[in-house]
Design a protein around this ligand. Structure first.
Ligand SMILES: Nc1ncnc2c1ncn2[C@@H]1O[C@H](COP(=O)(O)OP(=O)(O)OP(=O)(O)O)[C@@H](O)[C@H]1O
Length: 327
């Protein structure tokens, strides 16, 4: 099968200027993306996401490995490969700051075989959709970061490339505009049938937009699976016990030897212990442990795990054996 994005054994190291220390930022990443897939690239700070995306966009040369975009080798035929990509990178560097919103949009929609009228209609439609009509004639450098980000995405739509890379599209934006951008990206993914690769720390964005997530940690892929699989894998396995008494430190340590445990209290000051269960038998083992200490269990809830918690568990290496590991 021909993949739209095919990267094989990518590696990249940096040399620190002062100390000459070598940092292996990407240590052999292979990833294949099919047409129309919306893939989230996640990982903690410094995991190697931006370095990977920059190599995919031809902004950085890999030390080893290959990047193939629609069958075209990014290193050997960079310009040809770049015709298939729009990249919305941090700092909105794809915008011309001294041009107006509309001028930017016109500039980037040229050369697509559309008439002036068609381009103008398309721009009007997008401006309306992004709530940017009022700002059409303002200079880009006078816009807020959120508006600039929306414009960057609009330009990626206008450029009409098959692939869109988005690096942290909601980073540092307020809740309202993040929400708007999240909806916009959802629509783009659905209506325009684009292949999208999105790097983000914004888990609600990832959970809502991406079908598939690839988690990178310390320069390697540690998980490659669908959001729904990852959620269901973790979902059934966490239970919150509301207890009649607080647990002693010693007893908590005892439970922690066997299970992944989080402690807390509820509004009424009752002790809540959330235990992640690997096998259903373990559920009864936990209850048995409480019973032996005469601890009254007042309530048991299956706790709902959101994607953020799943991500944290994978990155911390918890339950990694149960998650599809692609390397
Ligand atoms: N130009 C550079 N020179 C030296 N080291 C670098 C350079 N760029 C990145 N690094 C290092 O490479 C590693 C990976 O960085 P990268 O920016 O790819 O990670 P990231 O996953 O995008 O992180 P974040 O989420 O914080 O943006 C980090 O240790 C980082 O400090």
């Amino acid at each position: 099968m021909e993949y739209v994005i095919d990267i094989q054994q990518l590696k990249k190291s940096y040399k620190k200027r002062k100390s000459n220390e070598i940092i292996d930022a990407v240590k052999g990443i292979s990833l294949q993306v099919k047409k129309g897939e919306v893939v989230g690239l996640l990982g903690p700070n410094g995991a190697g996401k931006t370095t990977t995306i920059k190599m995919m966009c031809g902004l950085l040369l890999p030390n080893e490995g290959t990047v193939t975009i629609n069958g075209i080798d990014m290193v050997k035929h960079r310009l040809k490969a770049l015709r298939h990509i729009s990249a919305v990178l941090e700092g909105n560097r794809n915008l011309y700051w001294r041009m107006t919103v509309r001028e930017n949009m016109e500039y980037f929609s040229g050369n697509r075989g559309l008439s002036k009228k068609e381009i103008s209609n398309k721009i009007d439609e997008l401006l309306e959709r992004l709530n940017l009509t009022q700002k059409a004639n303002e200079l880009v450098n006078s816009l807020s970061r959120g508006m600039q980000q929306k414009l960057s995405i609009a330009i990626a739509i206008l450029a009409d490339t098959e692939i869109i890379f988005l690096d942290e599209p909601t980073l540092g934006l307020d809740v309202e505009i993040s929400y708007e951008i999240r909806n916009l990206l959802k629509e783009v993914a659905k209506e325009y049938n684009k292949t999208i690769l999105l790097s983000s720390h914004d888990m609600p964005v990832v959970q809502e937009i991406c079908e598939r997530v690839v988690i990178i940690n310390e320069g390697r892929i540690v998980t490659d699976d669908s959001v729904s699989n990852l959620l269901s894998l973790f979902d059934t396995k966490a239970y919150s016990f509301t207890l009649g008494t607080a647990l002693s430190h010693q007893f908590l340590e005892e439970i922690k030897e066997h299970f992944i445990v989080q402690e807390g209290t509820n509004d009424s000051g009752q002790s809540i212990v959330t235990v992640t269960i690997q096998h259903s038998d373990d559920f009864y083992k936990v209850i048995e442990m409480f019973k032996e200490k005469n601890i009254v269990i007042e309530k048991v809830d299956r706790s709902i795990i959101d994607f953020e918690q799943v991500f944290m568990k994978i990155v911390k290496g918890e339950m990694v054996n149960e998650v599809a590991v692609s390397v």
